[in-house]
Design a protein around this ligand. Structure first.
Ligand code: KDG
Ligand code: MG
Length: 408
Protein backbone atom coordinates (compact mmCIF):
# COMPACT_ATOMS: atom_id res chain seq x y z
CA UNK A 1 0.00 0.00 0.00
CA UNK A 2 1.32 3.43 -0.94
CA UNK A 3 0.49 7.08 -0.47
CA UNK A 4 -0.12 8.59 -3.91
CA UNK A 5 -0.91 12.23 -3.10
CA UNK A 6 -1.83 14.63 -0.30
CA UNK A 7 -3.41 18.10 -0.22
CA UNK A 8 -3.86 20.84 2.35
CA UNK A 9 -6.94 23.06 2.62
CA UNK A 10 -7.08 26.23 4.72
CA UNK A 11 -10.44 27.78 5.56
CA UNK A 12 -13.81 27.12 7.08
CA UNK A 13 -16.95 28.73 8.43
CA UNK A 14 -15.67 31.51 10.72
CA UNK A 15 -12.38 29.69 11.32
CA UNK A 16 -9.25 28.85 9.36
CA UNK A 17 -9.24 25.08 9.65
CA UNK A 18 -6.07 23.47 8.24
CA UNK A 19 -7.16 20.12 6.82
CA UNK A 20 -4.86 17.48 5.34
CA UNK A 21 -6.15 14.80 2.99
CA UNK A 22 -3.82 11.86 2.27
CA UNK A 23 -4.70 9.65 -0.72
CA UNK A 24 -3.57 6.04 -1.27
CA UNK A 25 -3.34 3.60 -4.17
CA UNK A 26 -6.19 1.58 -2.62
CA UNK A 27 -8.75 4.36 -2.85
CA UNK A 28 -8.79 4.86 0.93
CA UNK A 29 -7.95 8.34 2.14
CA UNK A 30 -7.10 9.73 5.55
CA UNK A 31 -7.87 13.13 7.09
CA UNK A 32 -5.86 15.11 9.61
CA UNK A 33 -5.95 18.52 11.26
CA UNK A 34 -3.14 21.07 11.61
CA UNK A 35 -5.19 24.07 12.77
CA UNK A 36 -2.78 26.13 14.87
CA UNK A 37 -5.11 28.88 15.98
CA UNK A 38 -4.22 32.29 14.49
CA UNK A 39 -1.02 30.94 12.88
CA UNK A 40 -2.74 28.62 10.40
CA UNK A 41 -0.64 29.33 7.29
CA UNK A 42 2.53 28.11 9.03
CA UNK A 43 1.72 24.42 9.65
CA UNK A 44 0.05 24.47 6.21
CA UNK A 45 3.38 25.54 4.66
CA UNK A 46 5.28 22.93 6.73
CA UNK A 47 2.96 20.29 5.31
CA UNK A 48 3.09 21.44 1.67
CA UNK A 49 6.79 22.31 1.52
CA UNK A 50 8.36 19.53 3.62
CA UNK A 51 6.06 16.73 4.70
CA UNK A 52 3.84 16.01 1.71
CA UNK A 53 6.77 15.47 -0.70
CA UNK A 54 8.15 12.95 1.81
CA UNK A 55 4.83 11.13 2.18
CA UNK A 56 4.39 10.23 -1.48
CA UNK A 57 5.34 6.59 -2.09
CA UNK A 58 5.42 5.65 1.63
CA UNK A 59 3.32 2.86 3.17
CA UNK A 60 0.67 4.73 5.24
CA UNK A 61 0.32 1.79 7.64
CA UNK A 62 3.72 2.54 9.19
CA UNK A 63 2.48 5.49 11.24
CA UNK A 64 5.07 5.02 14.01
CA UNK A 65 7.99 5.11 11.59
CA UNK A 66 6.51 8.16 9.88
CA UNK A 67 6.17 9.93 13.25
CA UNK A 68 9.81 9.21 14.09
CA UNK A 69 10.85 10.31 10.60
CA UNK A 70 9.06 13.66 10.99
CA UNK A 71 10.28 14.30 14.55
CA UNK A 72 13.84 13.01 14.50
CA UNK A 73 14.29 13.82 10.82
CA UNK A 74 13.54 17.54 11.35
CA UNK A 75 16.58 17.82 13.64
CA UNK A 76 15.04 20.99 15.18
CA UNK A 77 12.63 19.40 17.62
CA UNK A 78 9.20 20.28 18.97
CA UNK A 79 7.45 23.64 18.65
CA UNK A 80 3.76 24.20 17.89
CA UNK A 81 4.11 24.71 14.12
CA UNK A 82 6.01 21.51 13.43
CA UNK A 83 4.04 19.46 15.97
CA UNK A 84 0.70 20.60 14.50
CA UNK A 85 1.91 19.59 11.02
CA UNK A 86 3.08 16.19 12.36
CA UNK A 87 -0.25 15.90 14.16
CA UNK A 88 -2.15 16.21 10.88
CA UNK A 89 -0.07 13.52 9.14
CA UNK A 90 -0.34 11.20 12.14
CA UNK A 91 -4.13 11.60 12.38
CA UNK A 92 -4.50 10.95 8.66
CA UNK A 93 -2.42 7.75 8.88
CA UNK A 94 -4.47 6.51 11.87
CA UNK A 95 -7.63 7.35 9.91
CA UNK A 96 -6.38 5.19 7.04
CA UNK A 97 -5.45 2.38 9.47
CA UNK A 98 -8.94 2.44 11.01
CA UNK A 99 -10.59 2.39 7.59
CA UNK A 100 -8.39 -0.56 6.53
CA UNK A 101 -9.30 -2.45 9.70
CA UNK A 102 -12.93 -1.38 9.27
CA UNK A 103 -12.90 -0.29 12.91
CA UNK A 104 -13.41 2.98 14.76
CA UNK A 105 -10.10 4.18 16.20
CA UNK A 106 -11.06 3.59 19.81
CA UNK A 107 -11.14 -0.15 19.02
CA UNK A 108 -7.52 -0.01 17.87
CA UNK A 109 -6.54 1.68 21.15
CA UNK A 110 -8.16 -1.01 23.34
CA UNK A 111 -11.90 -0.53 23.06
CA UNK A 112 -14.35 1.52 25.07
CA UNK A 113 -13.89 2.25 28.77
CA UNK A 114 -17.15 4.27 28.94
CA UNK A 115 -20.28 4.86 26.89
CA UNK A 116 -19.98 8.64 26.71
CA UNK A 117 -17.52 11.37 27.64
CA UNK A 118 -18.34 14.14 30.12
CA UNK A 119 -18.06 17.53 28.42
CA UNK A 120 -17.85 21.05 29.80
CA UNK A 121 -19.22 24.19 28.20
CA UNK A 122 -18.19 27.84 28.62
CA UNK A 123 -20.56 29.92 30.75
CA UNK A 124 -19.62 33.55 30.59
CA UNK A 125 -20.97 36.97 31.54
CA UNK A 126 -19.91 40.59 31.66
CA UNK A 127 -21.15 40.58 35.27
CA UNK A 128 -22.23 37.99 37.82
CA UNK A 129 -25.89 38.20 36.88
CA UNK A 130 -25.16 37.54 33.19
CA UNK A 131 -22.86 34.69 34.20
CA UNK A 132 -25.60 33.08 36.32
CA UNK A 133 -28.00 33.30 33.32
CA UNK A 134 -25.40 31.65 31.15
CA UNK A 135 -24.94 28.78 33.66
CA UNK A 136 -28.73 28.29 33.81
CA UNK A 137 -28.93 28.02 30.03
CA UNK A 138 -26.26 25.29 29.98
CA UNK A 139 -27.93 23.42 32.84
CA UNK A 140 -31.18 23.50 30.89
CA UNK A 141 -29.34 21.86 27.99
CA UNK A 142 -28.23 19.08 30.34
CA UNK A 143 -24.61 20.07 31.06
CA UNK A 144 -23.24 18.79 34.37
CA UNK A 145 -20.01 20.78 34.04
CA UNK A 146 -19.40 24.41 33.10
CA UNK A 147 -16.37 26.63 32.99
CA UNK A 148 -17.29 30.01 34.46
CA UNK A 149 -15.63 33.31 33.46
CA UNK A 150 -16.92 36.68 34.55
CA UNK A 151 -16.19 40.37 33.97
CA UNK A 152 -14.37 42.01 36.88
CA UNK A 153 -15.85 45.27 38.20
CA UNK A 154 -13.66 48.24 37.35
CA UNK A 155 -11.91 46.42 34.51
CA UNK A 156 -12.89 46.75 30.81
CA UNK A 157 -15.27 43.96 29.78
CA UNK A 158 -12.85 42.71 27.13
CA UNK A 159 -10.85 40.13 28.99
CA UNK A 160 -10.12 36.48 28.36
CA UNK A 161 -13.26 34.36 28.06
CA UNK A 162 -15.69 37.10 29.10
CA UNK A 163 -18.56 37.80 26.74
CA UNK A 164 -20.74 40.85 27.06
CA UNK A 165 -24.46 40.39 26.59
CA UNK A 166 -24.30 40.77 22.81
CA UNK A 167 -21.38 38.47 22.12
CA UNK A 168 -20.79 34.77 21.98
CA UNK A 169 -17.76 33.19 23.60
CA UNK A 170 -16.40 32.18 20.20
CA UNK A 171 -15.57 35.77 19.31
CA UNK A 172 -12.91 35.89 22.01
CA UNK A 173 -10.56 33.42 20.42
CA UNK A 174 -9.89 35.16 17.11
CA UNK A 175 -10.17 38.76 16.09
CA UNK A 176 -10.67 38.70 12.32
CA UNK A 177 -10.20 42.42 11.86
CA UNK A 178 -6.60 41.76 10.78
CA UNK A 179 -3.18 40.68 11.92
CA UNK A 180 -2.72 43.56 14.35
CA UNK A 181 -3.94 42.28 17.72
CA UNK A 182 -6.50 44.20 19.68
CA UNK A 183 -5.54 45.01 23.26
CA UNK A 184 -7.13 43.90 26.48
CA UNK A 185 -6.39 45.24 29.96
CA UNK A 186 -5.74 43.10 33.02
CA UNK A 187 -5.70 44.10 36.69
CA UNK A 188 -4.48 41.32 38.95
CA UNK A 189 -5.50 42.95 42.24
CA UNK A 190 -9.09 43.57 41.13
CA UNK A 191 -9.36 40.01 39.80
CA UNK A 192 -7.97 38.55 43.03
CA UNK A 193 -10.42 40.62 45.12
CA UNK A 194 -13.48 39.78 43.03
CA UNK A 195 -13.21 36.29 41.57
CA UNK A 196 -13.11 34.04 44.69
CA UNK A 197 -16.41 35.56 45.89
CA UNK A 198 -17.91 35.31 42.41
CA UNK A 199 -17.03 31.60 42.23
CA UNK A 200 -18.46 31.09 45.73
CA UNK A 201 -21.69 32.82 44.61
CA UNK A 202 -21.98 30.42 41.66
CA UNK A 203 -21.53 27.47 44.03
CA UNK A 204 -24.17 28.85 46.45
CA UNK A 205 -26.66 29.40 43.68
CA UNK A 206 -26.26 26.05 41.89
CA UNK A 207 -25.47 23.70 44.77
CA UNK A 208 -22.93 20.90 45.20
CA UNK A 209 -23.65 18.83 42.08
CA UNK A 210 -22.57 21.33 39.42
CA UNK A 211 -19.01 20.78 38.27
CA UNK A 212 -17.44 24.25 38.18
CA UNK A 213 -14.22 24.97 36.27
CA UNK A 214 -12.35 28.25 36.01
CA UNK A 215 -9.55 29.36 33.66
CA UNK A 216 -7.02 31.94 34.93
CA UNK A 217 -5.40 31.90 31.47
CA UNK A 218 -1.80 32.18 32.71
CA UNK A 219 -2.38 35.59 34.28
CA UNK A 220 -1.02 35.17 37.85
CA UNK A 221 2.49 34.98 39.26
CA UNK A 222 3.26 31.77 41.17
CA UNK A 223 2.75 33.35 44.61
CA UNK A 224 -0.51 34.99 43.49
CA UNK A 225 -1.66 31.69 42.00
CA UNK A 226 -1.03 29.95 45.34
CA UNK A 227 -2.99 32.66 47.18
CA UNK A 228 -5.85 32.42 44.68
CA UNK A 229 -5.95 28.61 44.83
CA UNK A 230 -6.16 28.81 48.63
CA UNK A 231 -8.92 31.43 48.45
CA UNK A 232 -11.13 29.32 46.13
CA UNK A 233 -10.61 26.04 47.94
CA UNK A 234 -14.01 26.04 49.67
CA UNK A 235 -15.78 26.45 46.28
CA UNK A 236 -14.89 22.84 45.43
CA UNK A 237 -13.79 23.52 41.86
CA UNK A 238 -13.59 20.64 39.40
CA UNK A 239 -10.43 22.37 38.23
CA UNK A 240 -8.45 25.58 38.24
CA UNK A 241 -6.88 26.01 34.82
CA UNK A 242 -3.57 27.64 33.92
CA UNK A 243 -3.22 29.51 37.23
CA UNK A 244 0.26 30.63 36.21
CA UNK A 245 2.29 30.19 32.99
CA UNK A 246 3.78 26.71 33.11
CA UNK A 247 7.08 27.67 31.49
CA UNK A 248 8.51 27.56 35.01
CA UNK A 249 7.12 24.21 36.07
CA UNK A 250 8.72 23.93 39.50
CA UNK A 251 6.79 27.09 40.45
CA UNK A 252 3.68 24.91 40.67
CA UNK A 253 5.14 23.33 43.82
CA UNK A 254 4.27 26.51 45.70
CA UNK A 255 0.61 26.23 44.73
CA UNK A 256 0.56 22.56 45.78
CA UNK A 257 1.99 23.44 49.19
CA UNK A 258 -0.88 25.86 49.84
CA UNK A 259 -3.95 24.30 48.27
CA UNK A 260 -5.55 21.02 47.27
CA UNK A 261 -7.55 22.63 44.43
CA UNK A 262 -7.29 20.40 41.32
CA UNK A 263 -5.06 21.99 38.69
CA UNK A 264 -5.34 21.67 34.88
CA UNK A 265 -2.50 22.75 32.61
CA UNK A 266 -1.17 21.99 29.14
CA UNK A 267 -3.17 23.61 26.35
CA UNK A 268 -0.05 25.35 25.03
CA UNK A 269 2.16 22.26 25.39
CA UNK A 270 3.22 20.40 22.30
CA UNK A 271 5.26 17.45 23.53
CA UNK A 272 5.61 14.94 26.33
CA UNK A 273 8.73 16.83 27.38
CA UNK A 274 6.61 19.90 28.20
CA UNK A 275 4.34 17.79 30.43
CA UNK A 276 6.97 15.56 32.02
CA UNK A 277 7.87 17.49 35.17
CA UNK A 278 4.29 18.49 35.99
CA UNK A 279 3.12 14.90 35.57
CA UNK A 280 6.04 13.11 37.23
CA UNK A 281 6.05 15.43 40.25
CA UNK A 282 2.24 15.15 40.39
CA UNK A 283 1.89 18.93 40.32
CA UNK A 284 -1.25 18.80 38.18
CA UNK A 285 -4.44 16.75 38.16
CA UNK A 286 -5.52 17.17 34.53
CA UNK A 287 -3.44 17.36 31.37
CA UNK A 288 -4.85 19.75 28.74
CA UNK A 289 -2.92 18.92 25.55
CA UNK A 290 -4.74 18.78 22.21
CA UNK A 291 -4.15 16.04 19.66
CA UNK A 292 -3.39 18.60 16.93
CA UNK A 293 -0.96 20.81 18.82
CA UNK A 294 0.87 17.90 20.46
CA UNK A 295 1.91 15.85 17.46
CA UNK A 296 -1.13 13.69 16.81
CA UNK A 297 -2.54 10.49 18.24
CA UNK A 298 0.80 8.64 18.43
CA UNK A 299 2.37 11.25 20.68
CA UNK A 300 -0.68 12.22 22.76
CA UNK A 301 -1.31 8.56 23.57
CA UNK A 302 2.17 8.46 25.11
CA UNK A 303 1.33 11.54 27.20
CA UNK A 304 -1.94 9.94 28.34
CA UNK A 305 -0.11 6.76 29.38
CA UNK A 306 2.52 8.71 31.33
CA UNK A 307 -0.25 10.73 33.00
CA UNK A 308 -2.08 7.54 34.03
CA UNK A 309 0.97 6.36 35.99
CA UNK A 310 0.75 9.55 38.08
CA UNK A 311 -3.03 9.79 38.69
CA UNK A 312 -3.31 12.63 36.20
CA UNK A 313 -6.52 12.56 34.16
CA UNK A 314 -7.19 13.92 30.68
CA UNK A 315 -8.99 17.20 29.99
CA UNK A 316 -8.16 17.74 26.33
CA UNK A 317 -8.25 21.27 24.96
CA UNK A 318 -11.34 21.84 22.80
CA UNK A 319 -11.68 25.60 22.29
CA UNK A 320 -14.01 26.90 19.53
CA UNK A 321 -11.05 27.03 17.15
CA UNK A 322 -10.53 23.26 17.22
CA UNK A 323 -11.41 21.39 14.05
CA UNK A 324 -14.00 18.60 14.14
CA UNK A 325 -11.12 16.32 13.07
CA UNK A 326 -9.09 17.12 16.19
CA UNK A 327 -12.23 16.73 18.31
CA UNK A 328 -12.90 13.34 16.68
CA UNK A 329 -9.37 12.11 17.45
CA UNK A 330 -9.92 13.23 21.04
CA UNK A 331 -13.35 11.54 21.15
CA UNK A 332 -11.69 8.21 20.31
CA UNK A 333 -9.01 8.73 22.97
CA UNK A 334 -11.70 9.78 25.48
CA UNK A 335 -13.67 6.60 24.80
CA UNK A 336 -10.59 4.47 25.52
CA UNK A 337 -8.42 6.30 28.08
CA UNK A 338 -8.54 4.62 31.51
CA UNK A 339 -7.61 8.01 32.97
CA UNK A 340 -10.21 10.08 31.12
CA UNK A 341 -11.33 13.16 33.07
CA UNK A 342 -13.42 15.57 31.02
CA UNK A 343 -13.52 17.09 27.51
CA UNK A 344 -13.83 20.78 26.63
CA UNK A 345 -16.17 20.86 23.64
CA UNK A 346 -17.35 23.94 21.79
CA UNK A 347 -17.45 23.22 18.06
CA UNK A 348 -21.16 22.73 18.48
CA UNK A 349 -21.84 21.80 14.89
CA UNK A 350 -23.25 24.73 13.01
CA UNK A 351 -24.95 23.57 9.77
CA UNK A 352 -22.01 25.05 7.78
CA UNK A 353 -19.44 23.19 9.88
CA UNK A 354 -21.41 19.92 9.66
CA UNK A 355 -21.63 20.32 5.88
CA UNK A 356 -17.84 20.71 5.63
CA UNK A 357 -17.07 17.89 8.11
CA UNK A 358 -19.95 15.36 8.04
CA UNK A 359 -19.80 12.90 10.93
CA UNK A 360 -21.85 10.74 13.28
CA UNK A 361 -20.07 11.92 16.45
CA UNK A 362 -22.85 13.19 18.67
CA UNK A 363 -23.28 15.60 21.57
CA UNK A 364 -26.24 15.06 23.85
CA UNK A 365 -26.96 16.65 27.22
CA UNK A 366 -23.37 17.62 27.92
CA UNK A 367 -21.93 14.27 26.88
CA UNK A 368 -20.11 13.22 23.76
CA UNK A 369 -20.91 9.93 22.03
CA UNK A 370 -18.15 8.66 19.77
CA UNK A 371 -19.00 7.50 16.25
CA UNK A 372 -18.68 3.82 15.33
CA UNK A 373 -17.67 4.60 11.75
CA UNK A 374 -14.23 3.26 10.70
CA UNK A 375 -11.20 5.48 11.38
CA UNK A 376 -11.74 8.98 12.78
CA UNK A 377 -15.36 8.90 11.67
CA UNK A 378 -15.32 12.37 10.06
CA UNK A 379 -15.42 13.16 6.35
CA UNK A 380 -14.41 16.33 4.51
CA UNK A 381 -16.48 17.79 1.67
CA UNK A 382 -14.08 19.30 -0.86
CA UNK A 383 -16.89 20.99 -2.81
CA UNK A 384 -17.97 22.78 0.40
CA UNK A 385 -14.34 23.68 1.13
CA UNK A 386 -14.25 25.75 -2.08
CA UNK A 387 -16.60 28.24 -0.39
CA UNK A 388 -13.92 29.25 2.11
CA UNK A 389 -10.54 30.86 2.07
CA UNK A 390 -7.95 31.94 4.62
CA UNK A 391 -8.83 35.06 6.58
CA UNK A 392 -6.09 36.67 8.70
CA UNK A 393 -6.85 36.95 12.40
CA UNK A 394 -5.09 37.13 15.74
CA UNK A 395 -5.37 36.54 19.46
CA UNK A 396 -5.70 39.75 21.47
CA UNK A 397 -2.71 40.87 23.54
CA UNK A 398 -3.06 41.74 27.22
CA UNK A 399 -1.50 44.71 29.01
CA UNK A 400 -1.50 45.62 32.67
CA UNK A 401 -3.21 48.89 33.58
CA UNK A 402 0.13 50.73 33.31
CA UNK A 403 0.69 49.40 29.77
CA UNK A 404 3.08 46.55 30.57
CA UNK A 405 2.60 43.64 28.18
CA UNK A 406 1.20 40.61 30.05
CA UNK A 407 0.24 37.00 29.30
CA UNK A 408 -2.78 36.63 27.05
O1 KDG B 1 -6.12 29.83 20.82
C1 KDG B 1 -6.18 30.07 22.19
C2 KDG B 1 -7.41 29.43 22.79
O2 KDG B 1 -7.50 28.11 22.44
C3 KDG B 1 -7.42 29.55 24.29
O3 KDG B 1 -7.34 30.91 24.64
C4 KDG B 1 -8.67 28.92 24.85
O4 KDG B 1 -7.87 28.97 27.11
C5 KDG B 1 -8.59 28.48 26.26
C6 KDG B 1 -9.44 27.36 26.67
O5 KDG B 1 -9.34 26.96 27.82
O6 KDG B 1 -10.18 26.87 25.83
MG1 MG C 1 -7.62 27.60 28.75
Amino acid sequence: MKITDAKVFVGGPGKNYVTLKVMTDQGIYGLGDATLNNRETLPAAYLSDYLIPNLIGKDPRNSEDMWQFMYRGAYFRRGPIAMAAFGAVDMALWDIKGKLANMPLYQLFGGKSRDSALVYAHATGSDLEALMDSVVSYQEQGYEAVRVQCGVPGMPVESYGVANRQQSDEQFITDFSGIHPKQEVWGTERYMRFMPDALAAVRDRFGPELKILHDVHHRLLPREAAEFAKAVESVGLFWLEDPTPADDQQALRLLRQHSTVPVAIGEVFNSVWDCKQLIEEELIDFIRVAVTYAGGITHVKRIVDLAALHHVRTGFHGAPSHSPLCMAAQAHLNAWAPNFGIQEYLVLGTPACDALFPSMHRMEKGRMYVSDAPGLGVDFDEAEAKRYQYKPGSHPVTRLTDGTLWNY
